[in-house]
Design a protein around this ligand. Structure first.
Ligand SMILES: Nc1ncnc2c1ncn2[C@@H]1O[C@H](COP(=O)(O)OP(=O)(O)OP(=O)(O)O)[C@@H](O)[C@H]1O
Ligand SMILES: [Mg+2]
Length: 218
């Protein structure tokens, strides 16, 4: 099976890149899919989170920190070894590491918190991706609503997101403490108890949607 590279990208810090990536990792473990994680962010949050997760026996593999000129090649190598590679990026689309990830990614996942400033900064990510797609037509990219509150306004904003040229992944993550707690509990919401079941259902939906798109775009 050909290898697949999924990059999690956003322009604004705190959109939930690392959180989304680690939950997807937990979901892939539950689904019995082999994968690896690469951390391109100099903050190394995915690396630290994965250390806690690996120590807690979550089945989530330790992330590899990737940096420097050969980053793209290193990502391809990790992907060939593992089949599927999840890549965490720094919070800037100008950063050389983000651009390196976009050069080799098959699918870009863009978490968007439904609020005005995140929506504005998503415009910049969108134009960069659309530009890249002219050169690499196989590059798929999806917006993923994250931290969605259960209010009418949020629903309206998710609707507004459909105005973007980039498609919305048919999944979203709500605003839930379980996502933050899971880092300290050593993994993803799959390591938490019963109250986290609704969060797990959201993550299963996200993983299903992601795997479906990866199959489609092969
Ligand atoms: N769905 C969610 N529900 C509740 N809290 C969330 C959710 N997603 C992210 N958070 C919280 O938002 C904060 C930022 O998340 P995270 O670190 O994953 O973002 P990031 O995009 O990786 O940030 P950076 O750009 O700094 O790397 C964290 O405190 C995290 O716990
Ligand atoms: Mg991060």
């Amino acid at each position: 099976m050909a290898s697949r590279i999924v990059a999690v990208v956003s322009q604004k810090g705190g959109a939930g890149k690392t959180t989304v990536l680690m939950q997807v990792a937990g979901g892939l473990v539950e689904a019995g899919r082999g994968f690896a994680i690469a951390d391109l962010d100099p903050q190394e949050s995915a690396l630290r989170w994965s250390e806690l997760a690996a120590a807690a026996g979550s089945g989530i593999p330790l992330a590899t920190a990737v940096a420097g000129d050969g980053a793209g090649e290193e990502l391809r190598r990790l992907a060939r070894q593992s089949g599927t590679l999840l890549v965490d990026c720094p919070p800037s689309i100008e950063h050389a590491h983000t651009l390196a990830a976009l050069d080799v990614a098959d699918l870009v996942l863009i978490p968007v918190v439904p609020g005005p400033t995140d929506l504005w900064s998503t415009r910049a990510v969108e134009s960069l991706i659309l530009q890249r797609q002219k050169r690499r037509r196989a590059l798929a990219a999806y917006l993923l609503p994250n931290r969605v509150p259960r209010t009418r306004l949020a629903g309206e904003i998710v609707e507004f997101m459909q105005e973007f040229a980039l498609p919305l992944l048919p999944a979203s993550l709500g605003q839930r403490n379980a996502y933050a707690e899971s880092a300290l509990a050593g993994g993803s919401v799959f390591q938490l108890g019963r109250p986290a079941e609704s969060a797990r259902e959201e993550v299963r939906g996200l993983v299903r949607a992601l795997l479906t798109e990866l199959e489609k775009n092969r």
